[in-house]
Design a protein around this ligand. Structure first.
Ligand code: MF3
Ligand code: CO
Ligand code: CO
Length: 302
């Protein structure tokens, strides 16, 4: 996610709509981001270090002939971000941070494929976690999909934040304000800032062809963050748990296509209890026809 201050909200040109020949490259980048996270998911277990996860992302990215956008981005020293427990985002992989049973860890990857960025993250359980942690992660996942379901051409960016906020706040969580989703494409981070709370009908207009991320960071306690002395790691001010999921999406003529879905995404969505409107197409899935009508379900259940 990008720091909110980098781009003033709702000002300046939004990420330019993609030309038809660029759409394929964006889909490839998104699909590969989903594949990276599928591999990370299989790899996560107690006893490995976050540097081991980074090495996996590095190897797969190199093998694909892709580039890790985070590496060297404003000096970031690794291929992905690994954010454990009270770390909100931008955790730096380290050989000394060993995963333990009960941890929750977000892994955020952004491969560049043929010049286009696919930006996605998931929060994983390390062995058994507390029921409170499990619920936080599951509710954060559901909130991402409710945000995605709010994306339709002619709508407003504020509709997305509204959908997320109105789901998580009644459940007792808070929404991080310091970081937002963002336009992405040839450039990693562009306007518009996609806040994860907000008012319906406000903000920039959502237009067909736009590509941007939605990446809610949801906290068990206080919404505020501190940045550690490494200049990157964002932690909750009260050191309570934080969870995050991120997808890159492309606005279509009728709704939205999710570019960074994983192989198990449809099952995960079903387990979350969210039913997607017909306007949402879940792309990148093995065995799913990308040109089909998308998932056919009723309106989002909250
Ligand atoms: N992938 C993050 C995002 O969702 C950005 C990471 S920038 C880094 O926007 F430099 F920390 F890698
Ligand atoms: Co992002
Ligand atoms: Co990301």
């Amino acid at each position: 996610m990008k720091k909110r201050k980098k781009f003033s909200r709702n000002k300046g040109p939004s990420v330019p709509a993609l030309k038809p020949h660029e759409i394929g490259a964006m889909r490839d980048a998104g699909r590969f981001a989903g594949e990276l996270l599928d591999a990370v998911e299989d790899f996560i277990r107690p006893g490995i270090s976050t540097a081991d996860i980074d090495a996996l992302v590095d190897e797969m990215t190199t093998a694909r002939g892709a580039i890790s956008a985070p590496l060297g981005y404003h000096g970031f020293p690794a291929h992905c971000c690994t954010s454990i427990n009270d770390v909100v985002c931008h955790g730096i992989p380290s050989e000394t941070r060993i995963l333990g049973v009960g941890d929750i860890i977000n892994v955020d990857v952004t491969p560049i494929v043929d010049g286009f960025h696919g930006d996605a993250s998931r929060t994983f359980f390390v062995g058994e976690v507390t029921s409170i942690a499990r619920r936080l992660v599951e509710d954060t996942y559901a909130s991402l999909w409710l945000g995605i379901a709010a994306v339709v051409p002619g709508g407003r960016i504020g509709d997305i934040g509204h959908a997320i906020q109105s789901y998580v706040e009644p459940r007792g969580y808070s929404v991080v304000q310091q970081f937002s989703g963002h336009g992405t494409g040839r450039v990693f981070h562009t306007p518009p800032a996609v806040m994860h709370s907000g008012k319906r009908g406000t903000g920039a207009e959502i237009e067909s062809g736009m590509t941007f991320t939605i990446e809610p960071m949801i906290n068990l306690g206080d919404w505020r963050c501190d940045i550690l002395d490494d200049g990157w790691t964002a932690v909750t001010v009260d050191r309570a748990l934080s969870a995050q999921f991120e997808h890159t999406v492309m606005v279509t003529e009728r709704g939205v296509e999710v570019l960074t879905a994983g192989a198990g995404e449809l099952a995960s969505i079903a387990a979350s209890g969210v039913s997607l409107p017909e306007t949402v197409r879940v792309g990148g899935l093995a065995g799913v026809d990308r040109n089909s009508e998308g998932t056919k379900t009723a309106a989002a259940v909250v």
